[in-house]
Design a protein around this ligand. Structure first.
Ligand SMILES: [Zn+2]
Length: 148
């Protein structure tokens, strides 16, 4: 036996024949015992028939063909909604991945290829027997020479 919540969800996907009294299946069994869900099913059947009659007037279409078209449209709509329900979390995950990857600092060692060390430069100071230390700085025009 299905619950009222399950029956209401099944009402939205069911063919009209499944909503008629005496149809086989768990939905029909629930509708036979639950007045509230039976009333909801009757509203769907009655509303669909009224819509088909109103829409079919003057178009030459039979109510059955209008109902079939409406049901097919409903199926396509539900199929599209299912696809959106599947794709939406994937798009959200992809957006988060892009956000976090773009938020990584550019200096991360894993993101940059290793830079080879510059070749050692020959000494630029003749110390004449003194101890000398030469420091390069970040400014290309400044070099520190320390004699000790
Ligand atoms: Zn019910």
């Amino acid at each position: 036996m299905i619950t009222c919540t399950e029956a209401r969800a099944a009402l939205l996907d069911a063919d009209l024949d499944a909503l008629r009294p005496g149809a086989p299946g768990p939905l029909s069994a629930h509708l036979a015992t639950c007045a509230a869900c039976r009333a909801a099913a009757d509203r769907i059947v009655g509303g669909t028939a009224a819509l088909a009659a109103a829409h079919g007037r003057g178009t030459g279409r039979t109510p059955a063909s209008v109902v079939a078209t409406a049901l097919e449209h409903g199926r396509r709509l539900r199929s599209r909604q299912r696809r959106i329900r599947v794709l939406l979390p994937l798009l959200a995950a992809a957006s988060l991945a892009v956000f976090f990857v773009s938020d990584l600092p550019l200096g991360s060692p894993g993101l940059r290829p290793p830079v080879p060390a510059p070749p050692a430069l020959p000494p630029i100071v003749e110390a004449g027997g003194l101890n000398v230390a030469v420091f390069s700085t970040t400014r290309p025009d400044v070099t520190v020479v320390w004699q000790f």
